[in-house]
Design a protein around this ligand. Sequence first.
Ligand code: PMP
Length: 427
Amino acid sequence: MTSRNEQLFESAKKHIPGGVNSPVRAFGSVGGTPRFFKKGAGAYVWDADDKQYIDYVGSWGPLILGHAHPAVIDAVVNTAKNGMSFGAPTEGEVELADLLCQMLPSLEQVRLVSSGTEATMSAIRLARGFTGRDKLVKFEGCYHGHADSLLVKAGSGLLTFGNPSSAGVPAAVAADTVVLPYNDVAALEALFAANGSEIAAIIVEPIAGNMNMVQPSAEFVAAMRNLTTQHGAVLIYDEVMTGFRVGLHCTQGLHGITPDLTCLGKVVGGGMPLAAFGGRADIMAHLAPLGPVYQAGTLSGNPVAVAAGLATLAEISKPGFFENLSAKTAKFVAGLNKIGADHGLCAQSVGGMFGVYFSETVPTSFADVMASDRAKFNAFFHAMLDLGVYLAPSAFEAGFVSAAHTDADIEATLAAATMALRTVAVA
Ligand code: PMP
């Protein structure tokens, strides 16, 4: 019998390319039928066939409080009653900007946008406008949204579909993007020694999460900060995924680094379309209407999205929030490492973000991630799905634990993983 998920996927393909509104949702990497969700509550989601799952995707990161958190839902409903959008300033956006600048010392000014892609695209234009230079440095396997200059050797869905660069990006645009290996200090030093005066910016995922999770070395972090400062380039931390996910002060707080510009998204909007970019006031002063770098948005600072963001940030700022989330995620990862050791599986976490790999050791580069066993991951993914655990449908994505996951959820997930690994061993 055809399931409702299968029926919906067939119908979806008629008028939606590939049946989805964002590529990785199509299960292209793992195969099978995507689940169509109709409800979420806390750590759980229910699909169109009423099957329940423990969710470790959390809408790809935003839902740090879990699904339908009462404080967020109340804020959204109450705000929406007063109107959905004005396209004019509101008090809420001032409050959010003040709060973000207070939570992240590197932010002196911040502008709200509607997606992570808009945040990174705008930050790069601003860095180029500020420096008067064109060249952009990014790292292999990092994904920064789908703006043209960033779709060169990128991660996330591009890896799922086996082509790290997109068609439709003019060669002239790609030519200004220099791609280096993540964690390769020597390559970075050589590039700046040869071309330092032409480089507008480095954009980096300070903990990468779009080639699965990869952590930077302390030397790499320091080299990025030092070289950009020495050569007058802008250091852009793309914390769209890591922002308010790895800690209350984001990756920059953990690393003790002050980037020139920061991009935020996901958690900052609490599940609504909201993102932000901000940083040094002298750089932000180049933005319209103050300066010559243009950037705008009909729905920028949308009051309903801002309300969801404010409610989420209030919850995560409560004492002990990150200690609890980090401890719970670390416990989950320790459990995975214990049961996975004999099956070539390992895992790591920072805050509420984790990576699971079918490789002997935790990867530290794009090449390491590419060498992991994808066939095993795919078998594991489907076995977990059958057992009611929803992981990201790709070996190249990080996972997320929310505050709503209980110890019992974690234990149930580890029990499922024990069974799923037996399937993998047989496959
Ligand atoms: N930067 C990073 C680090 C991301 O993880 C993502 C999305 N996964 C983006 C940018 C793009 O954000 P959005 O999908 O909201 O455009």
